[in-house]
Design a binder for this molecule. Structure first.
Ligand SMILES: C=C(O[C@@H]1C=C(C(=O)O)C=C[C@H]1O)C(=O)O
Ligand SMILES: [Mg+2]
Length: 462
């Protein structure tokens, strides 16, 4: 019998949850691909899985099942609420040195004020986080699998033993699995939802900015796709993971729905006392030859409208770092970030954590940056609600993970889609400033739809 399971904590862990114990047990497991593990997870916990691959491809995380689910419906307090609940559970964690840290994975909705009009996002709370029952992590050439288990009962040995059997079964299935079904079912319909309203919104916002009501506002739109057959979450992830080698590739399963994407935009990473963020705003398409690609890139670096879109983001993110970090550094001018389908202006920001700061405090202070909201933030949010009139759900919102040591990373969930069986909704937007043009913005959204259209097998318009 495992020592940890009989070793009752000698003190009450927390006032709020006196009897809770949080067990974790890690083993090393060779020869598993993360996607096979994710797919094998469907036999155990279809409906509760997640996937995360960071942009530098140094770390992959997969979660199967929920050892703990944290949701929150309150508006502005949701970051604090999730953080304090998570901290309570971390105090009850019983862990040995060989065990990896359990992770809490999930996301927040873009807007804490959700529209009362029903949408495809109805089943997503303002915050939806979970500690997976089975956690796979691949990092530094090591594949680790953990069981996480939270219980209020005093006798847990039998339950834990049952979880070990499930874990072994899961690992076995992932190891023997033939390759994942990657066929892309035929697209049977694609609808541009409220295209005219989108064009009108961009025009209206541009006027309002010219009148001095705001400086920048991001406006988005959506596509609805229908396929001949259901697309499995594993197949969708297989595509993005192969096609988008420089992005954060993520997936969050919620019942029969799967929110996934390939985003180039880091919101915040906390690693060993350091904080890293990225200003990503200002866009141009990739060229079809190396020469043309460079020409487009140079054009973007010199473009007044795009530099303005970008600068608002730099000002805001450096402001947050100024208040939450002991010290920080940033480049004086943007560089180019090139991902498969698009190039962006990019300014990294890095700082030394202040004593009171935490990853959730950064998420709270940063979201929404003017890359997805606008300037001033509250005015921009009101204008988005009025003019865009779209339930963004988790599109453009923070999605990511944190662990019991306070490390973690959140990306901004753009270049994303919500998949449900044979239906998918795709979202894309752009930063509107005083000299924006509706048709050019419309074309920019087509470039931003490309990663998800490519992944799902839709036509690459625009
Ligand atoms: C809004 C999106 O992307 C954002 C808007 C950009 C722009 O307008 O240039 C660029 C990157 C992101 O900050 C999106 O991809 O949907
Ligand atoms: Mg733009």
């Amino acid at each position: 019998m495992n020592r940890k399971l009989t070793d009752l904590p000698s003190r009450e862990r927390t006032a709020a949850m006196p009897h809770v114990r949080f067990f974790t047990e890690t083993i090393e497991a060779g020869g598993i691909s993360p996607l096979s593990f994710f797919e094998a997870g469907a036999f155990i916990h279809d409906s509760h899985r997640f996937y995360w691959e960071n942009a530098s491809k140094t770390m992959t995380l997969v979660g199967i099942g929920h050892a703990l689910t944290l949701t929150d419906e309150t508006g502005t307090d949701r970051f604090d609420t999730i953080e304090s609940k998570w901290k309570h559970y971390c105090e009850a964690l019983i862990k040995e040195d060989k065990d990896m840290d359990p992770v809490l994975f999930g996301g927040f909705s873009f807007d804490e004020k959700r529209s009362s009009v029903p949408s495809e996002w109805e089943n997503f709370s303002n915050a939806l986080f979970a500690v997976p029952t089975f956690q796979l992590k691949i990092e530094n050439g090591k594949t680790l699998v953990a069981i996480n288990f939270i219980s209020e009962e005093s006798e847990t040995a039998l339950q834990f033993e049952a979880l070990r059997k499930q874990r072994d079964h899961l690992i076995h299935m992932a190891q023997v699995q033939e390759s994942i079904t990657i066929a892309k079912p035929a697209l049977t319909a694609m609808e541009e939802l409220r295209k005219e309203q989108y064009l009108k919104a961009v025009e209206q916002i541009t006027k309002k900015i010219q009148n001095g009501e705001a400086e920048k506002v991001v406006i988005a739109r959506k596509l609805a796709l229908q396929f001949e057959q259901p697309i499995s979450p594993a197949a969708a992830l297989h595509s993005v993971s192969n096609e988008q080698r420089d992005s954060y590739n993520f997936g969050l399963e919620n019942g029969t729905q799967f929110f996934f994407g390939a985003t180039p935009e880091r919101l915040i990473e906390i690693k060993d006392g350091q904080a890293f963020s990225a200003c990503v705003a200002g866009s141009i398409k990739r060229g079809s030859t190396a020469e043309q690609d460079k020409q487009f890139g140079d054009e973007l670096l010199d473009d007044k409208k795009n530099r303005e879109e970008h600068q608002y983001v730099v000002d805001m993110i450096t402001g947050v770092f100024d208040s939450l970090c002991a010290s920080y550094t940033t480049a004086t001018r943007p560089k180019l970030m090139k991902v498969r389908d698009i190039q962006h202006l990019h300014t990294p920001v890095q700082g030394q954590l202040g004593s009171e700061s935490s990853i959730f405090q950064f998420v709270k202070a940063l979201h929404p940056t003017p890359a997805l909201g606008g300037v001033p933030t509250t005015v921009a949010m009101e204008l988005i609600r009025q003019e865009e009139n779209l339930d963004r759900g988790y599109y453009a919102a923070p999605v990511g993970w944190t662990d019991a040591s306070g490390n973690g990373e959140f990306a901004v969930a753009i270049r994303s889609a919500l998949l449900e069986q044979d239906n998918a909704w795709l979202y894309a937007g752009g930063g509107i400033v005083a000299d924006s043009d509706p048709i050019q913005e419309y074309e920019e959204t087509w470039v931003k739809f490309r990663p998800m259209l490519r992944a799902l097998g839709g036509s690459l318009n625009g």
